[in-house]
Structures are given as structure tokens and as C-alpha cells.
Design a protein around this ligand. Structure first.
Ligand code: F6R
Length: 613
């Protein structure tokens, strides 16, 4: 969603801010803005639409000399929440004096009350945003010490924030703070970069400090001093990012999504490496931070997540029940805390999130912690809020996922869930022989996925036949049911074709009424238990004129026969097969969207990490 970049140092701030914002574009946004400090004045340029619009406008508004000269500034990409994506609503926002500028991610929940109080004191607002209210509040608290003013203002804020604040009265520092919305500070040599996401920092330095909730940082070109909101110093270690800037570049692919689809064999190798014990038929997941004995005492697994991560959890549900012989359930993270879930210390709650920043998943983690459950996370972004909030967890090691549509995170999530189920299962009734067999199948996942990626051209040809459709149905059963849901989600989000996923048996309870001559039905009918019934459901669709594209197992002639066309995936364990099956659907969606001329990496209205509820 929104993105923050701030720079203080000796270099050209405007270029650094713009290239930082470009690296944050993948998060999704609809307007952008930048404030530079020059000659003890704050100068602001904003624009709707892309960062390139902002860049052009800044070059028109500001002289080349100013552009070159300013060495301190803050910038923002906004994903509209309070008020439409207009220039007036774009950040940075100024306080009443015009001498303090603020960029903000998150939501000030009590902004109405704060605004009317400030209006009562004579403040005037030009935007509809909660952020402008916070800028005024900081200005109102400023009695000559910006750091203290930010502390005092944040004490009055209910809600979430990641902020960077600049004052023309104190030009040698930027104040940054966080609560529930990430802030990372890159510590360079005579310079510092503040960002909401490490990808904006990568090109400058590998050395970063992550702020914790309620941390406030005084950032100068030579130092970073962090205190809590009561102005008490706290120590945050400098961490190494360990990421190459090329990880956030397209590397010759037309789109990040295509690159990330192709990266899957490598990402999966990284997710699996060192985590399988082929001799014991088990897995080694140190991040779970628990012994086999404690695992054996757990009575239930509850997985929470949103969107694609929720679909991975649904595959996990089958895995935990089938392999680990333990009750497993999936709960939509947004609903979790409102249903007052029944949880205790024998419940194992797994929060699944690529970004580690999804607001609903984070709230579910807090609720599970509150109720004393055994909580861990399955997250991709190292140091993200959910990873920090859970304390224990397993990272995916999938590398940065830039495309809004999640691909490699899903396949890595499912692989790690399979390994978790294996670890739990081996402490219960899963035999060594079964464990060894499954461990070998899991080990082969990168190779299975590479074989499906090898069918890219064939899948692209098939996709040509689906570019004119406006509706599509995806069906599957057993662990292939969440695969069908994920396939439908991928197609709708990037190609804007209305696609729905259903359990194969569910169609005839209503949705079959929509089938007409030629309606596409994408049937995930791999050779796993229940396939025969799915083939029966496919016949029902065919009888109503539907056009069937099957995802089937290689060599399954029986399945091939009922399909109009098909993509085959290698034969493997039924749960493992969900991974190559989904990869086939990712590639299919990608090509349909490409052929329809869609903006694949940043689909309309979507954001990469959804940090509002
Ligand atoms: C779809 C997609 C989203 C995310 C969802 C959760 O392609 O990417 O549905 O899966 O917003 O995000 P994370 O996994 O970051 O919590």
C-alpha cells in the first residue's frame, strides 16, 4: 500500500527519493508526493498517478539547481483511504505554519476528534486526510523541539502509523516513528535513508535498523538515535539486509510476475534447503522453536491468512489432517478476532503472510497471543511486523516478491506447511517409511515446478483461446479445491476476467445455472483421491455446453478424454501435486492477462501489502 522514503545526507535528495519511490511502486498506490528542504524552506510537489508523473512535475516546478542542491527530503506514494486520490490528499502534508512536513502510512483512527479540536484552535485543513490532521497536531505540539513534538503528538494518536517528519526550523534531522506500520532506516556513510520497505534502501546500503512499535528515531546524516514514546533511549541492532538490488529488478523478464513464476524452482530450493531429514523421514524447522514433545501435546492447528495466503492455509489444512493426524482449521484473518475464537495453550496458531504486514493477519496474531495460544508465523519478508509480533516462525526465503499477484510465496508457503505437517506427523502416527517417502517428494518440488514452467509456450498457446471471455469457473476437490480458488483469484486479479472458484461438487448447487455454450470451466482434475467424482462433475458441465480446460496428471488418458484441452503436471504425492498444479494456473493467468494487454504487475485498485483492515 502506501510507501515512504526519506533521505538526509550529502547527495541529491530528489533523485534518491524518486528512485526509492519507484522501488516501492509494486506496493500499489494512486498518487505521490515529495518535500525537499531548501534554504530553510520546505518545497512540495505532488501528482496523481504514477511516480513518473511526480518526477516530471518536480522537474518543471523546481529549477535544475534546486533539484541538484537539496540534500534532505521525504516522499510518499499514497493508496487512497481517507478521500480520493487527488493532489490535495497526496502526502506530504504540512502543518498550519507550513514549516513541518509529514508523510504517513497507516490510519489515525481518532482523526475526526483531533481535527475538530484543532479547528477549534483556528487550524484550517485543505485535505480530507487523517495525515494532515497529524501534521497539524505535531505543529501544535512543537515548542521548539521537533522530536518532543512528535512524541507528544503520537501520544494522542489512536491507530497505526509509520511516519517521517521534516521541519524547516530543524533542517539537520528527520524524525521517523512507527506503530503497526513498518519503518526501516538504512545507515550509510554520512547519509541515512528512511523507508517503509527495505527495497527502497537496497541500492544504497545493506546496513539497516528496524524500528519496533512505539519507537521514534532522530535521524541525522551521521547518526540514528532511537527512543520510545516516553523519550527513553532504546537500542536497536544494525542488521544486514543480505539482499542484492537485482532481486528487485526484472532481470530481462517482461514482468515481475513472469520473473517470479520462473524463480520458483530456486525459491522453493531455498525454502526447502536444510529443512528435510531424509533419514528420519521428518523435517527440521528450528524457527518453530519447540520440541517434538511439545508438538505432540498440541491438539489443534488453526491457520489464519488472507487472499493467496489463505488458499495456502487451506492446502495446509488437508496436510495437517492427513499427515499429522491433528484437527486443523483455516480462519479468514479479517474475521478471526470478531468471532471471539476459542483458543488455549494446546492450539497451534500459524499466521501465514507473504509481506508480514497484512493488517488483518496481524490483528489475528495479537488476538491469538492474547488468548494464550501457541502462535507462530510463516512469513516471507524478514523483520516484518508479523514475524516480530510472533517471535517464533519459519521464513519462506522466497526472495522479494514484487508483483502484486502472489506466485512464489504461495508455492513456498505450501512447501513449508507440508514440512510442518511432516514434523508434527512424525511425532504422532506417521511412520518413518511414509515420512521418508513424503520427504523425498517434497525434495523434488523444485524439479516438478521446473517441468511445468517448461510448458510455458504450450500454456501461452492455450491462453489465446480465453482472452475474449468475461467469465470463467474453476473447480477442484480435496486439496485441489484451494488450488481452484487460487487459480480463479490469479485470473481475476490480473486479467479482470470474472473468475470464480468452486468445490467441484458445489457447482450443481447453484452456479451451474450460469453455464452456457462455451463458458470456460477450468477443472483441476489431477489424479488424486476424488478425481473420479471430479470427472463426473466435468461431464455435468460439458452436458451444458461448457468448454473444459483440465489440469491433469501426465499420462492420465481417462482425464484427458473428458477435456477440450489440458495441461498436464508430473505425477507425485496428492498434496505435493497442488504446487505444480498451481504453477500451471499462474502461467495460464499470466498469458491471458498479457494477451488482453493488462497491467500485470500492478493491477488496478490492488496493493501489494494490505495494511488497512
Ligand atoms: C493475491 C495476493 C493477495 C495476498 C493477500 C495477503 O495474489 O497477493 O491476495 O495474498 O493480500 O497478503 P500477505 O500474504 O502479504 O499477507
Amino acid at each position: 500500500m502506501c510507501g515512504i522514503v526519506g533521505y538526509i545526507g550529502k547527495a541529491n535528495a530528489a533523485s534518491i527519493l524518486i528512485s526509492g519511490l519507484k522501488r516501492l511502486e509494486y506496493r500499489g498506490y494512486d498518487s505521490a508526493g515529495m518535500a525537499l528542504l531548501d534554504d530553510e524552506r520546505i518545497l512540495i510537489t505532488k501528482s496523481t498517478g504514477k511516480v513518473s508523473n511526480l518526477s516530471e512535475k518536480a522537474r518543471t516546478n523546481w529549477s535544475p539547481e534546486l533539484f541538484q542542491r537539496a540534500t534532505t527530503g521525504i516522499a510518499h506514494t499514497r493508496w487512497a483511504t481517507h478521500g480520493p486520490p487527488t493532489e490535495a490528499n497526496a502526502h506530504p502534508h504540512l502543518d498550519q505554519s507550513g514549516e513541518i512536513a509529514l508523510v504517513h502510512n497507516g490510519i489515525v483512527e481518532n482523526y475526526r476528534a483531533l481535527r475538530s479540536r484543532l479547528e477549534g484552535k483556528g487550524h484550517h485543513f485543505y485535505s480530507e486526510t487523517d495525515t494532515e490532521v497529524l501534521a497539524h497536531l505535531i505543529g501544535d505540539c512543537d515548542k521548539g523541539d521537533l522530536f518532543q513534538a512528535v512524541c507528544d503528538a503520537l501520544h494522542q494518536v489512536e491507530g497505526t502509523f509509520g511516519i517521517a517528519v521534516l521541519s524547516s526550523r530543524e533542517p539537520d534531522r528527520i524524525i521517523a516513528a512507527r506503530r503497526g506500520s513498518p519503518i526501516v532506516i538504512g545507515v550509510g556513510d554520512g547519509e541515512a535513508i528512511i523507508a517503509s520497505d527495505a527495497s527502497a534502501i537496497l541500492a544504497h546500503t545493506q546496513r539497516v535498523m528496524y524500528l519496533d512499535d512505539n519507537d521514534i528515531a532522530n535521524v541525522t546524516m551521521d547518526s540514528v538515535e532511537i527512543r520510545d514514546l516516553n523519550n527513553v533511549p532504546v537500542t536497536r541492532e544494525i542488521a544486514e539486509l543480505g539482499l542484492d538490488a537485482s532481486a528487485t529488478e526484472k532481470g530481462g523478464f517482461a514482468h515481475f510476475m513472469l520473473k517470479e513464476i520462473h524463480e520458483q524452482p530456486e525459491a522453493l530450493t531455498n525454502a526447502i534447503r536444510g529443512r528435510l531429514d531424509l533419514q528420519l523421514g521428518s523435517s527440521v524447522l528450528a524457527g518453530m522453536g519447540t520440541s517434538q514433545r511439545e508438538l505432540a501435546e498440541l491438539s489443534r492447528v488453526v491457520m489464519v491468512g488472507c487472499g493467496t495466503s489463505l488458499h495456502a492455509a487451506m492446502v495446509g489444512e488437508y496436510a495437517f489432517e492427513d499427515i499429522a493426524d491433528i484437527n486443523a482449521e483455516v480462519q479468514q484473518a479479517a474475521e478471526f478476532r470478531y468471532r471471539n475464537p476459542i483458543l488455549g495453550n494446546r492450539d497451534f496458531v500459524i499466521a501465514i503472510s507473504q509481506s508480514g504486514e497484512t493488517a488483518d493477519t496481524l490483528a489475528a496474531v495479537k488476538e491469538a497471543n492474547q488468548k494464550g495460544a501457541f502462535v507462530m508465523s510463516l512469513v516471507n519478508v524478514v523483520g516484518s511486523t508479523i514475524a516480530r509480533e510472533t517471535g517464533r516462525g519459519v521464513y519462506l526465503h522466497a526472495g522479494p516478491e514484487i508483483s502484486v499477484a502472489s506466485t512464489k510465496a504461495f508455492t513456498c508457503q505450501v512447501s513449508v506447511l507440508l514440512m510442518m505437517a511432516l514434523k508434527l506427523g512424525r511425532g504422532r502416527r506417521y511412520s518413518r517409511e511414509e515420512g521418508m517417502k513424503l520427504a523425498r517428494e517434497i525434495e523434488s518440488i523444485p524439479e516438478l515446478v521446473a517441468r511445468v514452467i517448461g510448458k510455458n509456450d504450450l500454456i501461452a498457446d492455450i491462453a489465446e483461446g480465453y482472452t475474449k471471455d468475461e467469465h470463467a469457473f474453476y473447480i477442484g476437490r480435496g486439496p485441489m479445491y484451494p488450488v481452484a480458488l487460487e487459480g480463479a483469484l490469479k485470473l481475476k486479479e490480473i486479467s479482470y476476467i470474472h473468475a470464480e472458484g468452486y468445490h467441484a461438487a458445489e457447482l450443481k448447487h447453484g452456479p451451474i445455472a450460469l453455464l452456457q455454450e462455451g463458458t470456460p470451466v477450468i477443472a483441476v482434475a489431477c489424479d488424486v483421491p476424488g478425481k473420479d467424482k471430479t470427472l463426473g462433475n466435468i461431464e455435468e458441465c460439458r452436458a451444458r455446453g461448457a468448454r473444459i480446460l483440465g489440469i491433469i496428471t501426465e499420462g492420465d488418458d481417462e482425464a484427458a478424454e473428458v477435456m477440450d484441452e489440458f495441461i498436464s503436471i508430473p505425477r507425485t504425492h496428492p498434496l505435493v501435486a497442488t504446487i505444480p498444479a498451481v504453477v500451471a494456473l499462474q502461467i495460464f493467468s499470466y498469458h491471458v492477462a498479457r494477451l488482453r494487454g493488462c497491467e500485470i504487475d500492478q493491477p488496478r485498485n490492488l496493493a501489494k501489502s494490505v495494511t488497512v483492515e
